[in-house]
Ligand binder design. Structure first.
Ligand code: SF4
Length: 427
């Protein structure tokens, strides 16, 4: 049986390219948005059509519009894409549908429109509450725009908001980071993501840093910020469920409002056990997701695959596509440029890399055995023994509503600080 699947849709447009960003996104090409949306719909129809020939029906549980800046699309454009999705695929009753948005690119009309179209979660790219830090990152908003955006989203009926942050910035102090987190918590988002800055090759930040023009973030200070974040967010009522992600818990969920519009394409009952991002959990649990759009990466039917990067080429490939693809392995889009069949070893290694990111759930012995027919210690005896001995991993007994008591292997607090060293052992 095919497990519930997710959908990632890439929107590769930004008003401006931030100096630290290495995502597949382009500034100054907003004129192409209408034809890009047409191409997306074409790709959705093609893959949806192929899916009807699979032995098991695919059911979609989450959709994530990432970017780029998805909030540059109009409510009408989101509505057309979501209509295409619902006619191409079957959905679970309460799908989580997220868009990433930049504060400053939204209006009450747009948010009301996308809420009506069925989008029920927004992830705002906040990054910092400090004006100097935002300027250094070349962000186009300030923190007043964030306050405004959260208030507008609440008024439009959004009761599931994420605020994205970055720490470990050059010249950032522990104090400015603490102020950022305090101001963000004061806005009561249901979910907070906090990622350490990485200096990527090919970005202005990467180049300035290699020429000595940008002071490198101090790794000890970044570790101190991370430890402070874990304690502070715990005290503020957030549960850490992944190395860089925190969500409000079930009890907080009780106060969720049920303000569904009758015009909505989806019915929501807001009865999830936590505000953890269901879409990202799909990645971290190594479960399948389809991908649409320029540069989008997917994992389905045992394949990892990715689409062509450039907007123009993506549009051309979909527009010029004529004959049905008959000799294919699902999913095959005319925009796909890489398709790689996963080996058992790939799948097991990725399972460890992904699931160990989940700070509570970890890698489950029973789930691993169910998927791969062997236990964790059968496959990684030496690695696990050493990492446990070094205090980076620990065994934990876990009882959930669905599973019986099961052993899980997870990162210790120290292991969370040295996650990459742990993951390397499973590659
Ligand atoms: S807005 Fe986001 S996606 Fe766009 S350039 Fe800046 S960081 Fe990258």
């Amino acid at each position: 049986m095919t497990p519930d699947t997710s959908i990632y849709i890439h929107i590769p447009f930004c008003k401006h390219r931030c100096a630290y960003c290495d995502f597949n996104t382009y500034a100054g090409q907003e004129d192409s948005i209408p034809t890009y949306v047409d191409a997306l719909i074409q790709e959705i129809n093609l893959i949806g059509n192929q899916a009807t020939r699979l032995p098991d029906q695919l059911t979609i549980k989450t959709v994530f519009f990432g970017g780029g800046t998805p909030s540059l699309l109009s409510a009408l454009q989101f509505d057309s894409i979501l209509k295409a999705l619902t006619s191409a695929f079957a959905f679970t009753p309460n799908p989580e549908i997220t868009i990433e948005a930049n504060p400053g690119t939204i209006s009450p009309e747009k948010l009301n429109g996308i809420r009506k179209a069925g989008i029920n979660r927004i992830s705002f790219g906040v990054q910092s509450a400090n004006t100097e830090e935002l300027r250094m990152l070349e962000r186009e908003h300030d923190f007043f725009d964030v306050i405004e955006a959260v208030s507008t989203a609440r008024k439009a009926g959004f009761d599931n908001l994420n605020l994205d942050l970055i720490y470990g910035l050059p010249e950032q102090t522990l104090q400015t980071w603490q102020t950022t987190l305090q101001r963000v918590v004061d806005l009561h988002p249901e979910h907070i993501s906090a990622y350490a800055l990485t200096l990527e090759h090919g970005t202005p930040f990467g180049r300035w840093s290699s020429r000595g023009l940008l002071p490198l973030p101090d790794p000890d200070l970044a570790a101190e910020m991370y430890e402070w974040t874990m304690n502070f967010l715990f005290q503020s009522g957030y549960v850490q469920y992944e190395i860089s992600n925190w969500a409000k818990s079930k009890d907080e969920g009780k106060r969720m409002r049920d303000e569904e519009s009758e015009n909505s394409s989806f019915i929501l009952h807001a009865k999830r056990s936590s505000f953890a991002c269901q879409h990202n959990l799909q990645y971290w649990r190594s479960l399948p997701y389809l991908a649409f759009g320029a540069g989008a990466h997917g994992y389905a039917n045992g394949y990892r695959y990715s689409n062509v990067l450039r907007i123009k080429t993506y549009i051309e490939r979909l527009a010029n596509y004529q004959s049905p693809i008959t000799n294919y392995d699902f999913p095959l889009s005319p925009a796909t440029v890489n398709q790689h069949k996963q080996t058992l070893k790939d799948d097991m290694s990725e399972y460890m890399l992904n699931n160990l990111r989940l700070t509570n759930a970890g890698a489950s012995e029973s789930d691993f055995r169910l998927r791969f027919g062997s236990g964790l210690l059968d496959v990684y005896p030496k690695e696990i023994e050493e990492l446990v001995k070094n205090g980076l991993l620990e065994w934990h007994k876990k009882t959930s509503e669905v599973l019986e008591t099961s052993e899980v292997l997870r990162l210790t607090k120290r292991g969370r600080l040295l996650g990459n060293q742990v993951f390397m052992r499973f590659v």
